[in-house]
Design a protein around this ligand. Structure first.
Ligand SMILES: [Zn+2]
Length: 397
């Protein structure tokens, strides 16, 4: 098949097509709306064959309002649920790290992991993050060191004993350049700890159709493909772990962790093939079946609203809904006033101005379904509540 993006791991130019993901287009959103999920013929890595350039993703994360706003999964906060994840990562690292080490957290968001390390006696810690809003929060609110930089602009004049890449590499378009830059800021014999979603176990925690294919996660690693990334950059594996984390309560997602140590780059390269595609096909099959059971629109062509304007909502809107909603509710205020496929994005207050028994709201966020449901009850929503994430027959209220 024709590739517009070479394999992020081995630079291979041939791949097998697995799935097409089309998302509804949001005004002002620069991320591409069409993603082909493919498996590299040479190394087996799964990635999004997406027509874009690295600068587009850099711009997106530099200006990413989403991660500055409160309560967004992966934004680097320090809630009880975040602490559990950080403690589990620290347990994984503890045989190899000590408080004397200089540590950089690349893609640190608002610095939750840095704060957690500080609480645990680590003092030489630095956050590196492209979003100026997040850097501001780390420096002024938490009095910790943070550098505003994207990975491509990293300067190897300053090196660290340990670099953390937690939920970062799955977002990177030009991975090979990023790995070279990151290697440059690791001291000789220094360590890198990597945490990424584990694509070989999506099928064990499926949640909702196509949940793991969004517009930001463009590389789908497992331990094998993650090792291929670091072997070729001259790193040896010290520890590895396939485990799970909870981005929000009750939502268990598969992740894998790798701890590698800097050595000499290898003289010759070979790529042990990963078989992630076999497992990914199971998840795609499950998604295809499950998607047929989802509601397509409320009965009797009644007017309805969606709540949730993330990747799942955009997939649902583009591929499932047979009628357009009257509005899409979103708590991120910067999005209010924009539109998706021509539907206006509105605030919860704008929705509540229409609160009545004849109105219908459909929750279109997999991750925050429970929270949104609770929020609607707290707001005393009188209309009907449906889910865009669960089969029609499971829904009563
Ligand atoms: Zn490859």
């Amino acid at each position: 098949m024709k590739l517009v993006r070479a394999c992020p791991v081995c630079d291979g130019r041939k791949a097998e097509f697995l799935l097409m993901m089309n998302f509804a287009a949001e005004t002002n959103c620069i991320l591409p709306a069409h993603h082909q999920i493919v498996a590299c013929n040479k190394c087996g890595c799964i990635y999004n064959n997406v027509d874009a350039r690295d600068e587009l993703f850099e711009n997106y994360y530099r200006n990413c309002a989403k991660y500055v706003s409160l309560g967004v999964g992966g934004a680097g906060e320090l809630s009880i649920i975040d602490r559990i994840r950080y403690q589990s990562l620290l347990n994984f690292l503890s045989p190899f790290v000590s408080p004397q080490m200089t540590i950089a957290d690349i893609g640190c968001g608002k610095g939750g992991w840095l704060r957690f390390l500080h609480e645990n006696g680590f003092r030489q810690i630095t956050g590196i993050e492209p979003s100026a809003g997040c850097v501001e929060i780390i420096r002024h609110q938490f009095q910790l060191e943070a550098i505003c930089s994207d990975i491509k602009s990293l300067n190897s004049d300053r090196q660290f004993d340990l670099v953390i890449l937690s939920n970062v590499l799955e977002h990177i378009f030009d991975l090979r350049t990023a790995v070279r830059k990151i290697s440059g800021v690791v001291a000789p014999n220094g360590l890198i700890a990597i945490e990424v979603p584990d694509a070989s176990r999506y099928a064990s925690f499926p949640h909702a159709p196509y949940y793991y294919f969004d517009m930001e996660h463009i590389n789908h690693f497992d331990l094998k493909s993650m090792k291929n990334v670091w072997f070729q950059a001259g790193f040896e594996v010290l520890a590895e772990e396939a485990t799970t984390c909870f981005p929000v309560e009750g939502m268990e997602n598969p992740i894998c962790r790798l701890l590698v140590r800097k050595k000499e780059p290898p003289k010759s390269l070979s790529f042990p093939q990963s078989d992630t595609a076999t497992y990914l096909r199971q998840y795609i099959e499950w998604s295809q079946k499950k998607a047929q059971t989802l509601p397509e629109a409320p009965e009797n062509q009644q007017r309805f609203f969606l709540w949730g304007c993330g990747a799942y909502a955009k997939w649902f809107l583009q591929n499932k809904l047979s009628a357009l909603p009257a509005g899409i509710v979103e708590i991120n205020r910067r999005k209010v006033g924009r539109s998706v496929n021509g539907c206006p994005i509105i605030s919860p207050e704008m929705l509540m101005a229409q609160n009545s028994e004849k109105e219908i709201i459909m929750i279109s966020s997999v991750l925050y379904e429970q929270q949104i449901c609770k929020q609607l009850k707290d707001l005393q929503w009188r209309g009907k509540i449906l889910s865009a994430c669960r089969p029609r027959e499971e829904q009563e209220n």
